[in-house]
Design a protein around this ligand. Structure first.
Ligand code: SF4
Length: 493
């Protein structure tokens, strides 16, 4: 065996689609190529030992924002104990601002951009000559029809135990400046019939959870409808063994035909991740995000009231020109639309993204280490940004966890952002912790906090106890009350 493909996934349940694409497209080198995945947090020595157990000539590492720090240590160690091993890097993290990175200095070769054809070609040259002269190779983007689909490489174990990532298209035609996909010229679809044939084969092998990584599932409605029909047919044929699909949507494009398709899905079969990011039109213009806010709000409301889809909607704090007040307004507006989860993200400066053009004017200060989170900007100072970071963390624990379905509306009242910010400040002041807060302790703290708002201890405890009676785990979408009981458990991995 001469070529090992590896990466450090964020979790065991995340199976790397990128490595499987590379293996599927290795051509005559496929026989001598293997995949070995790891999970971040594993010991570097153990990773290196396992890699060397394959006695590889070449090791290809997939480098992402979540693994670059740990992978840098792994490669430094690997190169010390086995300097003869040729290290090739690829992945989004090394595709931009390449030469200034520590991990690149340690490697022999780097492929930027698409690796499907460039990686096997480079491996062939390393193994059989002529020796590649350049260290950094710009990945060639082949016609989509020439890329071999990788889905048969999901093992039975992957199908049984891990999230299956699939993609019907690559790229995005939009240009939101904080996003890596802003660098794509457009979206490129795979041939739909071949793609669906692969999905059929996965389904026949037992796959039931399909997570689409397409940046915009609802770009081409004809294609979206055909893909949805594939899942509807499975649900109809086999209702007792249901299939589950996750898609990313742009919120302001939901034609009637798509709504009709969506409304046919039963509960527990469909999840949408929807990026709002900001409801502030000035911020949207600044970051080149085209979004019709009224249509987006109407569509989210339609989805929460007229469909059974589980809704996970993203907001980003820290964008240029966004103040705490304008972010709060957007948060409260979104909360009123009653999605099941609000994913509260803090801006990160991804390598290569055009948002860098605002750095000076908006005083954008980013952590120099991955994941390059914003620390302060012209409108939000460092201390306030840290309050927002804690808000996001506690929001996951209390709201997105679905554990406080009855208590949350009481905690939030009519001003969800302001009330939760006050709670987050209080919780931090009284625990000094944002992680490792055991559930029992969290429940006790929420009870104490409700008492500071004037609720009697017995009432607070009874309210919290109601969240453990089983009734709060699944939130019916969009209740009529202004403070809905929300936040069902996250369905997808
Ligand atoms: S945020 Fe979404 S719509 Fe905007 S460029 Fe990225 S993937 Fe495309």
């Amino acid at each position: 065996m001469s070529i090992l493909l590896t990466t450090l996934n964020a979790r065991y349940t995340h199976a790397s689609l990128g490595l499987r694409y590379l293996l599927a497209n290795m051509g005559e080198l496929q026989e001598q190529t293997r995949i070995q995945e790891f999970v971040i947090g594993a010991k570097a020595t153990e990773i290196v030992e396992r890699i060397l157990s394959y006695a590889p000539t070449i090791v290809g590492f997939g480098i992402y924002i979540w693994n670059v720090e740990e992978t840098t240590k792994v490669i430094a160690m690997l190169k010390r104990v086995a300097p003869q091993v040729v290290v090739v890097l690829g992945g989004p993290e090394v595709s931009h601002e390449t030469n200034e990175q520590e991990v690149v200095k340690l490697a022999d070769y780097v492929i930027t951009g698409w690796g499907d054809v460039t990686f096997p070609k480079l491996c062939g040259e390393i193994l059989h000559g002529p020796k590649p002269l350049m260290k950094v190779h710009a990945g060639v983007q082949p016609p989509m029809a020439e890329i071999k689909l990788p889905y048969s490489l999901y093992t039975d174990d992957d199908i049984k135990n891990r999230t299956l990532y699939v993609e019907a298209s690559r790229g995005c035609p939009f240009k939101c400046e904080f996003c890596l996909s802003a660098l794509d010229k457009t979206a490129w679809p795979f041939a739909l019939d071949s793609f669906l044939a692969e999905m059929e084969s996965l389904y026949q092998r037992g796959a039931r959870l399909f997570k689409f990584v397409d940046r915009t599932f609802n770009l081409n409605i004809k294609t979206s409808l055909k893909i949805m029909q594939f899942f509807l047919d499975k649900l109809e044929a086999n209702p007792d063994d249901p299939v589950y699909a996750h898609f990313e949507l742009v919120p302001d494009h939901l034609p009637d035909a798509l709504k009709e398709g969506i409304s046919k899905f039963p509960p527990g079969a469909l999840q949408f991740e929807i990026g709002i990011q900001s409801f502030n039109p000035e911020v949207q213009t600044l970051v080149s995000r085209r979004q019709d806010n009224q249509k987006a709000a109407d569509n989210i409301r339609w989805l929460t009231t007229q469909s059974h889809a589980h809704m996970h909607v993203d907001l980003i704090a820290g964008l240029p020109g966004e103040t705490v007040e304008s972010f709060a307004e957007g948060f409260n507006k979104l909360w009123a639309l009653a999605p099941h989860e609000i994913q509260f993200g803090i801006l990160k400066r991804l390598r290569g993204t055009p948002i860098i053009r605002h750095t000076q004017e908006y005083g954008m200060v980013y952590d120099p280490y991955a994941p390059y989170t914003i620390l302060a900007n012209r409108d939000i100072d460092f201390a306030t940004m840290q309050r927002l970071v804690r808000f996001a963390r506690y929001w996951d624990l209390v709201a997105n966890s679905g554990r406080f379905g009855h208590t949350l509306p009481v905690l939030l009242g009519e001003q969800p952002f302001q009330r939760f910010m006050a709670f987050a400040d209080w919780l931090y002041a009284n625990t000094d912790a944002t992680h490792r807060i055991a559930l029992e302790r969290l429940v006790a703290m929420v009870s104490r906090y409700l008492q500071t708002l004037g609720m009697g201890q017995a009432d607070a405890d009874a309210l919290l106890a109601s969240d453990y009676s089983g009734g709060a785990k699944a939130r019916p979408a969009a209740e009529a009350t202004p403070a809905p009981k929300r936040q069902a458990r996250r369905l997808a991995a």
